[in-house]
Write a protein that binds this ligand. Sequence first.
Ligand code: MGD
Ligand code: MGD
Ligand code: SF4
Ligand code: MO
Length: 729
Amino acid sequence: MSSAGQFRICPLCEAACGLRIEIQNQQVQRIRGADDDPFSAGYICPKAIALKDLHEDPDRLRRPLVKRDGRFVEVSWEEALAEVERRLLPILREQGADSVAAVVGNPVVHRIGLLNYFPRVARSLGTRNVFSASTLDQMPKQLACGLMFGHWLSVPVPDVDRSDFLLVIGANPVASNGSMWTVPDAKGRLKALRARGGRLVVVDPRRSETAELADQHLAIRPGGDPFLLAALAHTLFDEGLARPGPHLQGLELLRDFVAPFPPERVADACGLEAATIRQLARDLAAAPRAVVYGRIGTCTQRFGTVNSWLVDALNAITGNLDREGGAMFPKAPAFAVNTLPGPSKGVRTGRRTSRVSGAPEVYGELPITLLAEEIETPGEGRVRALISVAANPCLSAPGGERLDRALASLDFMVSLDVYVNATTRHADVILPSPSPLEVAHYDAAFSQLAHRNAARWSEALLPKDPALPDDWEWLLRLAALVKGEDWRAPVQQLDDAMLGEAIAASLPEAHRATVRRLLGEQPGPARLVDLGLRLGPYGDQFGLRTGLNLEQVRAAPTGIDLGPLKPRLPELLRTASGQVELAPPALLAEAQALEAALQQAAPALVLIGRRHLRSNNSWMHNLPTLAKGPDRCTLLVHPLDADAHGLRDGGSARLRTAGGELVATVELSEAIRPGVISLPHGFGDPGPGQRVAAERPGVNLNALLPVGDRDLLSGTAILSGVAVTLSPV
Ligand SMILES: Nc1nc2c(c(=O)[nH]1)N[C@H]1C(S)=C(S)[C@@H](COP(=O)(O)OP(=O)(O)OC[C@H]3O[C@@H](n4cnc5c(=O)[nH]c(N)nc54)[C@H](O)[C@@H]3O)O[C@H]1N2
Ligand SMILES: Nc1nc2c(c(=O)[nH]1)N[C@H]1C(S)=C(S)[C@@H](COP(=O)(O)OP(=O)(O)OC[C@H]3O[C@@H](n4cnc5c(=O)[nH]c(N)nc54)[C@H](O)[C@@H]3O)O[C@H]1N2
Ligand code: SF4
Ligand SMILES: [Mo]
């Protein structure tokens, strides 16, 4: 076991692996998995190796940019923000808060300086127009969990290392490394589960890399999931196999909801045999410790929230919710509202609606696919300016071409980003982040979803250019700027004000001065982490008891391991009833729509997406280590479909949907269900500032996906199972 090199938590995906990075003369020499990190035990994937490329990428922005006469020029941070002040403030003043929208992308959850400081900008703006990648992703899961458990971050995860049976639906953790489930080396853990006699079943229209490892692969028809899940629950009730655990409410209503969906009735919609579905329910019930895990394939559908609910309802009625080897709730050391005493009032959505389509707000956000219409449609409250933070919706959201035109028509746009790309090309000002190796990191988000409880910190490994503000400095100054305050003030002063507010929000008056003193004078996210840790469930309460503080976490070579997950019911629950809600009214109300969908004829050919281990959404195609090798933006077509449509391997096919058309390169594959074709997302014209990515841009899947189609409860876009026609070119 070697611990050579400095510890760094990988910021590239949700697995949050511990890395060891060797640096000499300010150059990255070597990147390896940290064997001494109990959380990830040395696991590493090819993307982490590319951190070196990312750090060195000549296309990565290192200076703020301002567009002058259509061209970006490098400026100082003061000039960049002065431009924002000059252009943005009049829009805000004259057209009101809603005229400025914010769009937040995936890397925000991987950067503590963005994650912990962006909310301050959003609050300062006071706009209802906040959009994020959540409505292209996990919002259905967070809504379902909010309704069932009372908080949007109370998401149970598979306790895989102690389980005997894992049913994976619409997820491919062997390629994605897990999502809403922070689990380094998912592949190794799945293999270990099987090696100790456990069973892995994967439900996926494609025999994915995860399905390849499984005991059983069920090639479901895309979109068949709500019917499959309902039929599994139906069978458990019908055959007397349900073994519901404690603290549940609404069992009878859940039973009524699934009653119309016996396996025999939904088999066609699922594209599976009724007997197979019944047997799966029996296997699930018979396993001593089992868990159902559903992810993006189940979320980005018309019934995404229903799916997410039924996944955890199955865990609950098989007695596997909140028990070892089942679906368990992490207990994060900091920033987890569900670990602190608080009111039990459940969650509410729709406190505001979007201006044009009237879509309900969910956790303060509107559906990202509605951003374009909010920009295009005249009237009061029209969006005229945009702040984008680590987001590339022109490639990552359906309707990219339309959004492209809409962004070009804005009066002003500022982007916090590290590239000039398909989205940020429209910005008037770009404010770059330092390289990940130049900033410290704490797992603020992913410790809430982790397979094991831990508190980990990693220091900046290389010095940051003092002329370039860190993420949190940009956001503090932007927040001051939009409030008309002195954004040029020393950053110490701005950060002290924010810290003061955070302390006031968590402590009674009597303790505030002492706590403020104990947190010290060094500005930045570390003080917020220290505050969170010390007041958190393992914290030292600023000396009132023995427990965690940031100093200890920093001193430990790979952070502090807090052990395997432990049961948390009923302590975690924040529902109004204080019970697990098995039958939230908003979900029961989907019964009619589900029945109607069952009666609808399935399209002959549908399109789904996929992920590859060596790429990451839309932004890592510029890193040579990852970009090399075979073309990954290919259209997978089953040979039967290829014959039917006159297509050949390596040839070109034209795809047409209600959303658009494009031409893609065909790759024949027996692994995909006939009647389904697959194209990865994140490709397409990368924009002017990514020279490596531009060599092989690929095509944009999202240009095909109809813009308005979404899960109405969560506002999440439908990214899978879209009707398509194919023809040779
Ligand atoms: N069809 C289809 N579409 C999808 C998906 C799908 O499965 N199918 N998946 C969806 C999912 S799950 C997600 S999460 C979204 C992701 O979509 P986005 O949230 O748009 O995220 P990325 O595509 O990863 O783009 C990230 C942006 O952040 C910038 N960036 C990277 N690092 C940093 C940094 O350190 N600081 C700053 N300031 N910026 C940085 C990049 O340059 C890029 O502009 O895509 C969604 N789109
Ligand atoms: N290498 C790599 N890792 C990543 C990312 C990346 O782009 N590249 N992105 C990161 C992000 S932002 C996220 S959110 C996670 C996502 O992580 P995962 O949820 O594991 O996402 P995918 O790998 O896209 O797997 C989704 C699976 O659902 C299947 N599927 C599609 N439609 C349906 C359907 O209708 N029903 C069912 N049952 N299955 C369906 C697809 O075939 C696919 O195998 O991955 C993260 N990790
Ligand atoms: S699996 Fe994710 S966190 Fe782990 S090394 Fe790869 S990119 Fe980094
Ligand atoms: Mo995502």
